[in-house]
Design a protein around this ligand. Structure first.
Ligand SMILES: *Cc1c(COP(=O)(O)O)cnc(C)c1O
Length: 506
C-alpha cells in the first residue's frame, strides 16, 4: 500500500511515461474543457455534472446507463451558427448556401424536426433514413439521397417523396435513375458525385489524379475507355441528354474530421474548373455545387478545429476568385455537415464497475535488439501503472475507437475529486480486448465502482453505429431543453433483443 501511494504522489507531479505525447497532465481534473462540451453542461455546487441544470444522477435514475445525453438547444444553435457563418460568407457570391445536415451522423424524427425548424435541409444515405425523414414529415424537396449502391426500391422511394436531389454516384446508377424516372413519367433531380482527387486528413490534405475508392465519378481524363474522356464528363454528357433527368449540378465530399480549409478550397477550385468546362462544351447550365461535409470537432483538449466562419470565408474567397477567373456566375453552393453540428451536443453517461491496475514497461523499454533476454538488468525494468476502468457499455455504443483508433476524453461526472491524477484506460464490458472507450485519460485516483463517467463528443457516429454485440441493449438518447429532459429514442429492452429471434421449433 505504501508503495502505491508513493507512486501516486509521483503521478501527481509528472506525466506517466505510458501516456501518449499529446496527452497533457491536466492542472484540474474536475475542469470541463469547454470545446468538448455542449453549452449548458456545468458542475453544480456539489461538484456533480449537470446539463441544463439537470444532474447526471437524476438522468441515471430516470433512464439508466449507458445513456446518450444531448442538448437540443446546443444542436439548434450549432446548426444555426453553421448556417449563419456560411450564409454570411457566400451572401454576395450566390445569395447564401443550402446546408444539408448529414443524417447518417445521428438521425431520429426529433432531429429531423429541429433541422427543419432551424432552416436546414437533410441528407440521407438509405431508404431507412428516408423512412425516418418521411415519418418526421419534412418535405421531400428539402431532402437529398446519397449512396453508391442505391436499390431500385430506394430510387422509387426518392421519386415517391419527390426529393430535392438524388446524388448519383456512377454511370450505371445514372442510367438506372433515368430509366426508372422515365417509366414513372417523373423527372429526377440529380447531382453527380465526383471524386476530385483531394483527400483531406485532419492536419493536411493530399491531391492525386486517380481515385482508389468506391465513391463517385472520376475526374481523371483516362478514367473511361475513350481517350481524354473522364467518367465525370461522360456522366454529365449523358445526364444532359436524358429527358427524365434534371441535372442540377456537381457534388464532392473529400473526407471527414477535417480541421483546415485548404482541402475544401482545392476541391472547390477543381470542381469549378470542371463545371465551367462542361457548361461551355455542352451548352448547359449547372446551377448547383455541393462541397460536402467533413468539418472537424474537438474530441480531446489538443484538437483545435477552425471556427465555421473561418472555413466559410476561406472557401468563399476561393469560389469568388475562381468564378471571376473563369468568367462564370457562381453556382448556388451547398454543404453537408454532420459531425460539426451534432458531435459536441452529446456526451455518453456510463457507470463505473470493475477497476484494475496493471504494471506496464515504459514504451521502448525491454531488451535491445540483438541482445539475449538474460542480461543483468532483466527483471529490474521499471514499470508504470495503467488503470483499467470498466464501464457498463463499450464498443457497442461507441465503435469509433475500434474502427478508427479515435481518441476521446472522459471526466468523473457524479462528483468532483481532489485525488491525484492516474493514467487510465476506460474500457467497455464486451468480450473483446480491443473494447476501448477512451484509450488514455487522466482520471482521479479514487474513481470507484458506482461513480458515473461522462465521455463528451459522442453525438456523431456513436449511436448511429451502435450494435447489439454480446446482446447488449442499445442505449437511449435523452434530449435536454429549457431545463427538462425528454427521451427522443428509448433504450432497448430485453424484449427488443429477442424480438426477431424466431424461437425454437417444438
Ligand atoms: C458522411 C458524409 C457527410 C458528413 O460528414 P461529416 O464528417 O459528419 O460532416 C457529408 N456528405 C457525404 C456525402 C457523406 O458521406
Amino acid at each position: 500500500m505504501t508503495d502505491t501511494s508513493s507512486q501516486s504522489v509521483n503521478a501527481a507531479v509528472s506525466p506517466s511515461p505510458l501516456a501518449p505525447d499529446w496527452l497533457q497532465l491536466p492542472s484540474d481534473l474536475n475542469a470541463l474543457h469547454e470545446p468538448l462540451w455542449a453549452a449548458g453542461v456545468a458542475r453544480d455546487d456539489d461538484g456533480e455534472l449537470t446539463i441544463d441544470g439537470v444532474a447526471v444522477s437524476e438522468l441515471k435514475r430516470q433512464y439508466g446507463t449507458p445513456l446518450f445525453v444531448m442538448s437540443e438547444m446546443d444542436f439548434r444553435s450549432r446548426a444555426r451558427a453553421f448556417m449563419d457563418a456560411f450564409n454570411e460568407a457566400f451572401e454576395d457570391i450566390c445569395g447564401g448556401v443550402d446546408v444539408y445536415y448529414a443524417g447518417k451522423s445521428f438521425l431520429c424524427t426529433s432531429v429531423v424536426r429541429w433541422v427543419e425548424e432551424e432552416g436546414l435541409r437533410l441528407d440521407t444515405a438509405s431508404g431507412g433514413e428516408l423512412a425516418v425523414a418521411a415519418r418526421a414529415g419534412i418535405p421531400g424537396s428539402e431532402v437529398a439521397l446519397h449512396g453508391n449502391n442505391k436499390s431500385d426500391g430506394e430510387i422509387h422511394r426518392a421519386l415517391d417523396m419527390e426529393l430535392g436531389r438524388i446524388v448519383v454516384d456512377s454511370m450505371a446508377e445514372l442510367e438506372r435513375v433515368a430509366r426508372i424516372a422515365a417509366e414513372r413519367g417523373d423527372t429526377a433531380k440529380v447531382m453527380l458525385r465526383l471524386t476530385p482527387g483531394v483527400h483531406a486528413h485532419t492536419h493536411e490534405f493530399i491531391a492525386t489524379a486517380h481515385e482508389d475508392q468506391k465513391f463517385g465519378l472520376s475526374m481523371a481524363e483516362d478514367s473511361t475507355e475513350q481517350a481524354g474522356l473522364s467518367a465525370a464528363e461522360e456522366a454529365v454528357a449523358a445526364a444532359a441528354g436524358y429527358p427524365s433527368i434534371e441535372l442540377l449540378g456537381l457534388h464532392c465530399h473529400i473526407g471527414s474530421q477535417i480541421f483546415e480549409p485548404d482541402g475544401f478550397a482545392l476541391a472547390a477550385e477543381k470542381l469549378l474548373d470542371f463545371l465551367a468546362a462542361m457548361q461551355a462544351k455542352y451548352s448547359i447550365v449547372l446551377p448547383e455545387l455541393d462541397l460536402g461535409g467533413g468539418y472537424g470537432i474537438a474530441y480531446t483538449p489538443v484538437d483545435t478545429p477552425r471556427p465555421a466562419a473561418e472555413i466559410a470565408q476561406a472557401m468563399a474567397a476561393v469560389v469568388r476568385s475562381k468564378c471571376a477567373e473563369l468568367g462564370i456566375s457562381a453556382p448556388r453552393i451547398s454543404i453537408e455537415p454532420g459531425r460539426a453540428i451534432v458531435g459536441s451536443t452529446t456526451f455518453t453517461l456510463y457507470e463505473v464497475g470493475t477497476l484494475k491496475t496493471v504494471r506496464v514497461d515504459a514504451p521502448g523499454a525491454g531488451t535491445p535488439a540483438g541482445q539475449g533476454t538474460t542480461t543483468a538488468t532483466a527483471g529490474k525494468n521499471v514499470t508504470y501503472p495503467r488503470r483499467y476502468v470498466s464501464v457498463d457499455g463499450g464498443m457497442s455504443d461507441n465503435p469509433r475507437p475500434v474502427l478508427y483508433d479515435a481518441d476521446y476524453s472522459a471526466v468523473l461526472a457524479s462528483r468532483t475529486s481532489a485525488a491525484a491524477p492516474q493514467l487510465s484506460r476506460v474500457v467497455g464490458k464486451h468480450c473483446e480486448s480491443g473494447d476501448i472507450v477512451v484509450r488514455d485519460v487522466y482520471l482521479p485516483e479514487d474513481v470507484a465502482a458506482g461513480d458515473l463517467l461522462a465521455v463528451p463528443g459522442t453525438g456523431a457516429y456513436c449511436w448511429a453505429l451502435s450494435s447489439n454485440y454480446n446482446y447488449l441493449a442499445r442505449p437511449g438518447v435523452v434530449a435536454l431543453r429549457d431545463g427538462s429532459a425528454r427521451l427522443i429514442v428509448r433504450g432497448e429492452t430485453e424484449e427488443d433483443l429477442l424480438n426477431r429471434d424466431m424461437g425454437v421449433s417444438e
